[in-house]
Structure formats: structure tokens, C-alpha cells
Design a protein around this ligand. Structure first.
Ligand code: NDP
Length: 450
């Protein structure tokens, strides 16, 4: 369809060198063809060209002083992509690989993910190429304060509400919030993922990982199956991975792998969750330390992975939960997972699978939950945090968890029913993209050319 190919071509010319952003847009736009064929109004209102262009992009300098007294400089970003459904909402990522293209791909995905939740939130993303690894607490604090000194003028509880992502957890949200409060004098729900005794929501820490497991349960239940008794491969060892593992144990599955950017652990008896939490949440150390306390487990450094492959996906499993980063499952990894009998993929990370991997999962007809549906539990619970802040009350763990479960079931239902409506039952990529897009596009049409 030339409207889509022309838009992608224009995007590549007007926003050069943003490969991850093109990957995300091509995946969404190419699955919209059946919707656009049936509804000429989207082309009439030029929705596709408008939706791939962020409403606002803020790029700023972040200067800070390290512990040796030397001045450091990083890039800061906030891309406010789409506000048709509500205030901008999406996390902040601090990682050395972050570029404008990374933030744009994440922000673009966020639009449709947030629409799928059924909650009133627009799409945004932000971050920096700052590397938190090896930095002292004081350095992290000074960086966060400098970052917020620019960001604060662009955000607000009904304007734009950032949260965490890679490299941004409870500690960073605390420092960012403190600086926002100092600059504005306001105590308000401008960030989510806050500490429990100063405005945070129960279950927010667990939400993305728990949600990815709930999504997998929904996919398998429709096929008359469940996760109980299943062996699971999980990548990453951060927030999403840890709480994916916790929920997998609670429902009777066995997670056997974790990874970080240096290597992976395979623990046949099941990952030791308490040890993992201590290593990653308390000591903030490398995963290689795991085998010092668990001699039966195997540590494989990245250099020893098969060439061009991610070692985690070579471990035989029934279900896989990619929970580290983008493009961590390529087509060969996908074929290996399928060969070893994997029947379910639920994506905790954003865009973890390459297009070749997605095509292989869809062709095999396994239960495949794309990120914008499967990992929406995090942003959903962030919105529940906003609701609690606005009404100045705090719900119990059980209440938030029950709402999270209902939201994940709702997202699955929406994606699954939309896939059926367009003649592709089981194709949750098409279902999630079409359902998310339709909701945002209809709101954009209602709100006129803005
Ligand atoms: P964390 O920073 O807590 O953990 C990230 C994990 O992924 C770490 O184990 C990290 O290893 C690993 N990792 C990061 N980059 C790479 C890389 N290039 N290669 C290999 N491993 C890597 O982040 P989160 O757990 O919060 O986020 C993980 C994923 O989930 C991201 O894609 C994020 O966008 C997505 N997500 C997160 C949500 C949330 O609520 N936190 C919500 C929705 C999606 P190392 O320490 O060595 O860098």
C-alpha cells in the first residue's frame, strides 16, 4: 500500500539514522493494511503521517560533576509523542546506547501500548546516554538533579508523567522527584514508581513482570493450557526479569535462566530468587557472582555464546520471557526456541524480537504476546498510581493486583478479538497494533487537525 510505503520512505529521509525507530514503525504500519483498506477515513485525515511524527521532542544538555570533581556532559531526551488519549506517559531510560532513535522507537510503541490498556494516557519516552554502572550514589543523585533541572518545565501531573525504564528504578525516581519538588514547590504525582511511603503504589515494582506472566496465562488458557509445571527461560536480571521470575514461581512454573549484558546463568533446579534480588537490587553487582554461591549453576559469558546468538534462547524451555532489551531475539534464536519445543513467548522487554523472529513465531502458530500488549502491566499500574495520587488514597496490594490482572486480561481479549475481526485469529501482533492504533486514530480525528 503506497500510503504506508511512502510514509516509511519519508520517515527515513526526514529522520535519518534511526534504525530502531524505523523497525518499530514498519512493524506497526505494515500490520494496519486490513484496517486502512476497510476505513478510508484514516488516509483522508492523513493519520499515518501525523502519528509517526512526535508532537514535541525535547533535547537538552545534562552537565554534572563526578566524584573526582570533573565536569561530565550527557544528552537528555523527552519525546512527547501523542496526547490524543491523555497526558503523555512513558518511562525514562539511562543507558550508554540511548540515542534519539531509541527514545523515538520506545515513545512510538508507548502510544499503542497505552491505548491498549483502556486507560486515559498518551505516549512518551525519555532518557539519557548516561551510564549508571559503576557510579556512586552521589553521582547518580547529581546526575538526576541536573536532568530534572531541565525536564521539570516540560512535565506535570496532567501534562506529562515520566516513570522508570532501564537504568531508572526506585533510587533514581526518588532523586528526580526530590529535585522536581525543590524547583516547583509542589508535592504532586508528576512521576510514577515513587517510594511506597511518599506516594508510590503497591505492585508498581512488580507490575511489568507480573503482567507479562498474567498475559502468558491468558494466551495459554485460550489454548486449554497453563504455565503450571512449565520450564521457562527468562533474559535480563533487572526489574522486569526479577518479578517475572517471582510470579512464575507463585504459579508453579520453573524459571531456569537469567542474563545481563556480560553473560547468562543456567540453573537447572530453578533460579534462586532471593539470591538474585540480593545481587541485583541490594549489591547492584554482576550476575557472574551467582555461581560463587550456587556451584550447580552454570555461568556462560557473552563471548562464549554461539556466534550471532543469545545463549539464553538455546536452553530448552516451554515458555520464554525476553525481559532485557530490544532485538535480543533474532530469527535464529527464534528457530532454536521453536525447535526445542517452546510454545509461548511473552515479551517483558520492549521490541525484544527482530522482525524475522516475529515472523517465525507467527508462522509456527505458537502463543506469541508482543511487547506492547504483554508488558503493558507496568504503565497500567503507573496509571493506577496516578489515580491514587489524584484521590489521595492508597489501595491495598490485593486491590492493585486484582486491577492489574483485569487489565492484562482485557488487553489480551482486545488483541485477540481484533485479530479475529480481521481474519487472523491468534495473531496478537495484528490484533494489538490495529486495536491500539484505531483508538488513538479515532481520537485524533475527533480532536481535529492539531
Ligand atoms: P533494568 O535496568 O532493571 O534491567 C535491565 C536488564 O537488562 C539488566 O539485566 C541489563 O543488564 C539487561 N540489559 C540491558 N541492556 C542490555 C543489552 N544491551 N544487552 C544485554 N542485556 C542488557 O530494566 P528493566 O527491567 O526495567 O527493563 C527491561 C526491559 O523491559 C526494557 O526493554 C524496558 O524498556 C522494558 N520495560 C520495562 C518496564 C518497567 O516497568 N521497568 C515497563 C515496560 C517495559 P546490565 O545490568 O548488564 O545492563
Amino acid at each position: 500500500m503506497s500510503y504506508i510505503t511512502d510514509t516509511i520512505k519519508y520517515l527515513k529521509q526526514s529522520s535519518p539514522a534511526q534504525a530502531e525507530f524505523y523497525q518499530a514503525t514498519e512493524e506497526v504500519l505494515n500490520s494496519l493494511k486490513p484496517l486502512l483498506d476497510r476505513n478510508p477515513k484514516y488516509q483522508k485525515h492523513n493519520i499515518i503521517q501525523r502519528i509517526v511524527e512526535p508532537e514535541r521532542q525535547i533535547l537538552f544538555r545534562v552537565s554534572w560533576v563526578d566524584d573526582r570533581g570533573q565536569v561530565q556532559v550527557n544528552k537528555g531526551y523527552r519525546v512527547e509523542f501523542n496526547s490524543a488519549l491523555g497526558p503523555y506517559k512513558g518511562g525514562l531510560r539511562f543507558h550508554p546506547n540511548v540515542t534519539a532513535g531509541t527514545i523515538k522507537f520506545l515513545g512510538f510503541e508507548q502510544i499503542f501500548k497505552n491505548a491498549l490498556t483502556g486507560l486515559a494516557i498518551g505516549g512518551a519516552k525519555g532518557g539519557s546516554n548516561f551510564d549508571p554502572k559503576g557510579k556512586s550514589d552521589n553521582e547518580i543523585m547529581r546526575f538526576c538533579q541536573s536532568f530534572m533541572t531541565e525536564l521539570y518545565r516540560h512535565i506535570g501531573p496532567t501534562i506529562d508523567v515520566p516513570a522508570g525504564d532501564i537504568g531508572v528504578g526506585g533510587r533514581e525516581i526518588g532523586y528526580l522527584y526530590g529535585q522536581y519538588k525543590r524547583l516547583t514547590g509542589r508535592y504532586e504525582g508528576v512521576l510514577t514508581g515513587k517510594g511506597l511511603n511518599w506516594g508510590g503504589s503497591l505492585v508498581r515494582t512488580e507490575a511489568t513482570g507480573y503482567g507479562a506472566v498474567y498475559f502468558a496465562q491468558n494466551m495459554l488458557a485460550e489454548r486449554g493450557d497453563s504455565l503450571a509445571g512449565k520450564t521457562c527461560a527468562v533474559s535480563g536480571s533487572g526489574n522486569v526479569s526479577i518479578y517475572t521470575i517471582e510470579k512464575l514461581y507463585q504459579i508453579g512454573a520453573t524459571p531456569v535462566t537469567v542474563s545481563d549484558s556480560n553473560g547468562m546463568i543456567y540453573d537447572e533446579r530453578g533460579i534462586d530468587l532471593e539470591l538474585l534480588k540480593r545481587l541485583k537490587e541490594v549489591e547492584r553487582t554482576r550476575l557472574s557472582r551467582y555461581v560463587e554461591e550456587h556451584r550447580g549453576a552454570v555461568y556462560t559469558p557473552v563471548e562464549d555464546y554461539p556466534p550471532g546468538r543469545n545463549g539464553v534462547w538455546g536452553v530448552p524451555c516451554d515458555a520464554a520471557f525476553p525481559s532485557a532489551t530490544q532485538n535480543e531475539v533474532n530469527e535464529d534464536d527464534a528457530r532454536e526456541l521453536l525447535k526445542n519445543g517452546c510454545i509461548c513467548i511473552s515479551e517483558g522487554a520492549n521490541m525484544p524480537s527482530s522482525q524475522g523472529a516475529i515472523d517465525a513465531f507467527l508462522a509456527a502458530g505458537i502463543a506469541y504476546g508482543p511487547a506492547k500488549a504483554a508488558n503493558a502491566g507496568g504503565v497500567s499500574t503507573s496509571q493506577l498510581e496516578m489515580s491514587q495520587n489524584a484521590s489521595m488514597i492508597q489501595w491495598t496490594f490485593e486491590e492493585v493486583d486484582a486491577r492489574l490482572q483485569r487489565i492484562m486480561a482485557g488487553i489480551f481479549h482486545t488483541a485477540s478479538e481484533t485479530a479475529k475481526e480481521f481474519g487472523a485469529p491468534g495473531n496478537l501482533v495484528l490484533g494489538a497494533n490495529v486495536a491500539g492504533f484505531r483508538k488513538v486514530a479515532d481520537a485524533m480525528i475527533d480532536q481535529g487537525v492539531v
